[in-house]
Ligand binder design. Structure first.
Ligand code: PEP
Ligand code: MN
Length: 336
């Protein structure tokens, strides 16, 4: 249930609403908007069903939500959420571009990538230090050394840092170095990991699961928010279909669906979404045209020797030309 407080309700009105919720054995999440405060009631369905709140002073209306996800929903918060990552805003007027190699391989590789993506206009450096590889014999990442390199190189080039977390026991470790914690496709329904990143305050980049429905994905974000972290960014990275020509099928309609159903920002990953570098540029353009808040793109200074995902990594010059092209599309879409 969502309780919308009227613009002229008093702090005492709000307090008695909260007390009633707590007395009923439920908890709440408060969202303070420009004109209105909204309380999302969470907990046992039967208890919520029995809750009568319209009679309280200061309550404008109550909305019963039929979907299981609540805090992430547009009904709960009509305005878009803008997430501020040390001055870089995600979900606002400007597009956000995160770029860098699939895996952090060495200082030289990361510096070369960082220099290229920064000069082309990206705001974030991406790179995996813990890699969730399909085969145990493939490169698994540099671990903490990779995180240290990301931080060091990110700071050198004034780039924010996003990297994947694969283990719920690593929240403190990864948070020490990263600005945004990425939950990868393979972990989208690792509920204990979702709760663990939900208990920390670092923004979370939540990739869509390999075959997750929109509803499952929204519920995954609900896990993070229900644990207290409001800073969730969705990332469409393609889903598994019968098609094998591409690595995944990039579902750009997900951008539209998420914008309709949720107030949270969404970015698109055309690299994993297609698996082919030749398709990255056109699909990145399409993503921005569909209304995405940004992109995450794999860029490697030498894709032919990449330890992972070389086939889908852009060379610096192609990334730079993509960034140029995006300026035109962004302005058509009313963005910077
Ligand atoms: C990645 O970003 O390198 C990655 C492994 O992505 P995904 O979880 O989308 O496969
Ligand atoms: Mn990758």
């Amino acid at each position: 249930m969502i309780i919308v407080m009227s613009p002229n309700s008093t702090p005492e009105n709000l307090e008695s609403v909260k007390q009633k919720i707590e007395r009923s054995g439920l908890s709440y999440h408060q969202s303070v908007g420009e004109n209105r405060t909204i309380i999302g009631v969470i907990g046992d369905k039967k208890k919520i069903g029995a809750l009568e709140m319209n009679c309280f002073d200061g309550v404008e209306k109550t909305v019963r939500i039929t979907e299981k996800y609540k805090l992430v929903s547009r009904e709960f918060k009509a305005d878009n959420t803008v997430i501020d990552v040390r001055g870089v805003k995600i979900g606002g007027e400007s597009l956000v571009v995160m770029a860098g190699p699939c895996s952090v391989e060495s200082r030289e590789q990361l510096r070369e990538a960082a220099e290229a993506v920064k000069s082309a206009g990206a705001q974030f450096l991406r790179g995996g230090a813990f890699k969730p590889r399909t085969s145990p014999y493939d490169f698994q990442g540099l671990g903490e050394e990779g995180l240290q390199l990301l931080r060091e190189v990110g700071d050198e080039f004034d780039l924010r840092v996003v990297t994947e977390i694969v283990d719920l026991n690593d929240v403190d470790l990864v948070s020490k170095y990263a600005d945004v914690l990425q939950v990868g496709a393979r972990n989208m329904q690792n509920f204990r990991l979702l709760l663990a990143v939900g208990r920390c305050q670092k923004p979370v980049l939540l990739k869509r699961g390999l075959s997750a429905t929109i509803s499952e994905w929204l519920n995954a974000a609900e896990y993070v928010m229900s644990a207290g972290n409001d800073n969730v960014i969705f990332c469409e990275r393609g889903i598994r279909t019968y098609e094998t020509y591409t690595r995944n099928t990039l579902d750009l309609s997900a951008v539209v669906a998420i914008k309709e159903l949720s107030h949270l920002p969404i970015i698109v990953d055309p690299s994993h979404g297609t698996g082919r570098w030749q398709m990255v540029q056109p699909m990145a353009r399409a993503a921005v045209a569909a209304g995405a808040d940004g992109l995450i793109i794999e860029v490697h200074p030498h894709p032919e020797v990449a330890l992972s995902d070389g086939d889908q990594s852009l060379k610096p010059k192609n990334f730079a030309s993509l960034m140029e092209e995006l300026k035109g599309i962004a302005s058509v879409m009313g963005r910077k």
